[in-house]
Design a protein around this ligand. Structure first.
Ligand code: NAD
Length: 472
């Protein structure tokens, strides 16, 4: 089946029911869990800079209200359609459940190519979309909290919070209506790189599992692993950056305009500079241009990380993939047919719905910060530094030895906001990886890690529903 005619929401449902077989829940409850609770489809006009008028199609889907607010990014892409937004919202419900973030799943999408609009036009579209959401009560710190996704970032989130706040002047928690904001608008340090860092922490934990590595003929650890990344946007760039910093080799990159390979490792920052200067990743010194923009996916490597769009690995190209591990940084990059092929080939697929949960995890921290109106670390940083200094001094007095300056700084350091965010994210990703692996190992009929992740998610959402007493 080609990637084009595959329904993304059907693929999510297929994975859901494959996993549901390994859970004890009633059929009706399972149906409720996988259904989309609310879909808002809107059309609105925007006046272009040249005076012409475009009619914009946009969506917001609230997949599950078993916990509120709903949470999920907003995507700007020409490929946006209702089915895609529903699928992405469903994945958010399961993702939040797995990483114990107390939200229901949501997602938004505007069907535009952002590259074809000026910043002023994009601002008008984003602000109008926000006011449409406000009118129907589809946004708010207690209702539904968007975030960045494909084609959006801090700039768009700043426009959203400003529009929402202007329409709710008495809401003291208005900053919590959206996450992924610039720091000056109530954002949190570490949110920009959070999804990529979470992908890195999750895969690092998988790479530390000796049995999983041994099955695939790999050494434990990240050092020296050969990585291919598709998409050098927010998620792909940061994932590649953290892998490179830990000693992995980026041997291939695929972008919109083409793909390149370099078996001894691509210098990521030099590539980003090259792309800025030339407008393309192609013709990067020392690297080979490959025949098209998907060719890098088929390179010989240890870990393949699709970090662009959905359905890019399907029945057609999956048989040619040589990676031993696939880390789904993007949402839905594999079709169910590709999944089956990888199960047969013994390739480990680390699934999207928990692997890219770093963004929503840190969004949760940002939302908590907005509701508490205080920066993480503000109250205790100085106290901890003073306490650490006193402990250090006492130890030096007792041992009559002096700790060197570098370690002295490390020991005395009190946690800043970014330290706490990284630590909370690392803990979240390690715990989620272990919980899913345990679920997988507890039943040898569960065929793959994705199914195990769904089992964990279904059990958590179903438990919430049943404890609410809705289904006696
Ligand atoms: P982004 O817009 O920052 O980056 C996407 C990148 O993919 C761009 O550089 C784009 O040029 C590239 N791309 C587009 N088409 C391509 C193609 N055919 N081949 C190769 N590259 C191509 O988006 P992002 O925020 O990094 O999101 C990427 C994926 O990660 C999406 O699936 C998104 O849903 C998922 N995700 C994002 C977040 C987040 O916090 N941003 C969180 C969870 C999941």
């Amino acid at each position: 089946m080609s990637a084009k005619n595959y329904s993304f929401f059907d693929a999510v449902k297929k994975s859901f029911y494959k996993a549901a077989e390994f859970t004890p829940w009633d059929k009706g409850l399972l149906h409720q869990i996988n259904s989309c609770n609310a879909v808002y489809r809107m059309r609105f006009p925007v006046k272009r800079d040249d005076g012409s008028i475009d009619v914009i199609k946009a969506y917001r889907v609230q997949h599950s209200h078993h916990k509120t607010p709903c949470k999920g990014g907003i995507r700007f892409s020409l490929a946006v359609n209702q089915d895609e937004v529903m699928a992405l919202a469903a994945l958010m419900t399961y993702k939040c459940a797995i990483v114990n973030v107390p939200f229901g799943g949501g997602k938004g999408g505007i069907k535009i190519d952002p590259r074809k609009y000026s910043p002023y036009e994009l601002e008008k579209i984003t602000r109008r979309y926000t006011s449409e959401l406000v009118k129907k009560n589809f946004i708010g710190p207690a209702v539904d909290v968007p975030a960045p996704d494909y084609g959006t970032g801090e700039r768009e989130m700043a426009w959203i919070v400003d529009t929402y706040s202007a329409m709710h002047p008495n809401d003291i928690n208005a900053a919590g209506c959206v996450t992924g904001k610039p720091i000056s608008q109530g954002g949190i340090r570490g949110r920009r790189e959070a999804t990529g860092l979470g992908v890195f922490y999750g895969l690092k934990e998988v790479c530390s599992m000796e049995d999983e590595m041994q099955k695939r003929g790999l050494e434990p650890g990240v050092y020296g692993k050969r990585i291919v990344v598709q998409g050098l946007g927010n998620v792909g760039y940061h994932t590649a950056k953290f892998f490179q910093e830990e000693g992995a080799l980026i041997v291939g990159i695929a972008e919109y305009e083409g793909s390149i390979s370099k078996p001894d490792g691509i210098d990521l920052e030099a590539l980003v500079l090259h792309r800025k200067q030339t407008g393309s990743i192609l013709n990067f010194p020392g690297a080979t241009n490959l025949e098209n923009n998907t060719a890098a996916l088929e390179l010989d490597c240890d870990i393949l990380i699709p970090a662009a769009l959905e359905n890019v690995i399907n029945a057609e190209n999956a048989p040619r993939i040589k990676a031993k591990i696939i880390g789904e940084a993007a949402n839905g990059p594999l079709t169910p047919e590709a999944d089956e092929i990888f199960i047969q080939k013994g390739i480990l697929v680390v699934p999207d719905m928990y692997l890219n949960a770093g963004g929503v995890t840190v969004s949760y921290f940002e939302w908590l910060k907005n509701l508490s109106h205080v920066r993480y670390g503000r109250l205790e940083k100085r106290f901890n530094e003073n306490m650490n200094a006193r402990i250090l001094e006492s130890m030096e007095t007792l041992t009559e030895k002096r700790v060197d300056e570098k370690n002295r700084g490390l020991i005395k350091h009190g946690a800043d906001e970014v330290d706490l965010v990284y630590s909370g994210l690392e803990e979240t990703m390690i715990s989620a990886t272990r919980e899913i692996m345990e679920a997988w190992k507890s039943n040898d009929k569960i065929p793959d890690m994705r199914t195990a992740a769904y089992v964990v998610a279904i059990n958590k959402v179903a438990t919430t529903y049943s404890e609410l007493g809705i289904f006696p």
